[in-house]
Design a binder for this molecule. Structure first.
Ligand code: PDD
Length: 286
């Protein structure tokens, strides 16, 4: 089945979808994005992703390409056209193109470019990777200072994943000024003596939509949470650790820089939070 994608108001076969070579998303990484998961053919936390998209656009003085209602409609139509039961929807909005390359932003009447496509991922919820848990390495965080804006500047996170792969691990956590910021594409947590520790929100990390939901659910389950800076050494001595993201939900971490956490298998709190998150998210999906 050929994938149907969305480009600037049109639903097209992926082979026919095009964007200008002068698009600022392509030339300058002048673009923001969102990834929303689909379970049982329904959208997980669409509202959260739509609100964060608006915030990213506002922070960069970019126009909203359409209303939230229209955005929901596009997401739903792509799920339907591509028969997605479990998977992801990728959305990207760029500052568009005024037909040339210039560092200066184009005039305000330049139309943004809006692209959405689906990624079919059967078995996303019942993932073997989550049953095994992830091995991570730590790397330096050399990204720019506005990581709260979900831009498409993903070269360093991609390099981080490659460094992990080369080291025989699954992913990397990044460290700045001695403290863990976040994972290459997820928020980072460890658990010690029943307390969940994660970095507080600031411009240094992405304000994860899954993070917000998982922390709410953890509090409802009477779990203790500390939002504070933490070092990789603390995480290595933890009972367990995990990450959160729209693409992997709650992912247990079983090893950091070659050091096994606990008995080296996914920890009970990470497993429980994954179950609660999947359960509650399915119920609230739209
Ligand atoms: N990544 N931190 C970073 C750097 C991320 O790229 C992501 C998401 C998160 C988690 O945010 P959320 O819970 O809203 O997905 C944290 C997406 C999934 C990606 O780039 O594919």
């Amino acid at each position: 089945m050929t994938r149907t994608v969305y480009v600037n108001g049109e639903y097209l076969p992926e082979t026919e979808a095009t964007v200008s070579i002068f698009d600022r998303g392509f030339l300058m990484a002048d673009a923001v994005y969102e990834v929303t998961s689909v379970l049982g053919g329904k959208l997980i936390d669409f509202e959260g992703h739509a609100v964060r998209l608006k915030r990213s656009l506002d922070e960069l003085d970019m126009a909203e390409p359409c209303t939230k209602e229209e955005l929901l409609e596009i997401h739903r139509k792509l799920v339907e056209l591509n028969e997605i039961d479990e998977g992801l929807i990728y959305l990207q909005v760029t500052r568009g193109s005024d037909g040339d390359r210039d560092f200066v932003f184009p005039s305000e009447d330049t139309k943004p470019t809006t692209v959405l496509f689906t990624q079919n991922k059967p078995g996303l919820a019942d993932s073997p990777a989550a049953k095994k848990g992830a091995k991570i390495i730590s790397i330096e965080d050399i990204r720019w200072g506005r990581r709260d804006i979900k831009t498409v500047q993903l070269l360093y996170p991609s390099m981080g994943k490659m460094m992990a792969k080369k080291a025989g691990a699954d992913d990397a956590w990044m460290i700045e000024d001695g403290y863990v910021t976040e994972g290459t594409s997820n928020n980072a947590y460890f658990v010690k003596d029943g307390v969940i520790v994660t970095r507080p929100l600031s411009n240094d990390i992405l304000h994860g939509i899954t993070r917000k939901a998982v922390l709410r659910m953890a509090a409802e389950a009477q779990l203790k949470i500390e939002e504070r800076l933490f070092t990789i050494e603390e995480a290595k001595e933890a009972d367990e650790a995990f990450t959160t993201s729209a693409s992997a939900f709650v992912m247990p971490v079983v090893e950091i820089d070659g050091i096994a956490l606990g008995d080296g298998s996914p920890g009970p709190i990470a497993k429980r939070l994954r179950e609660i998150y999947l359960d509650e998210s399915r119920k609230a999906a739209i």
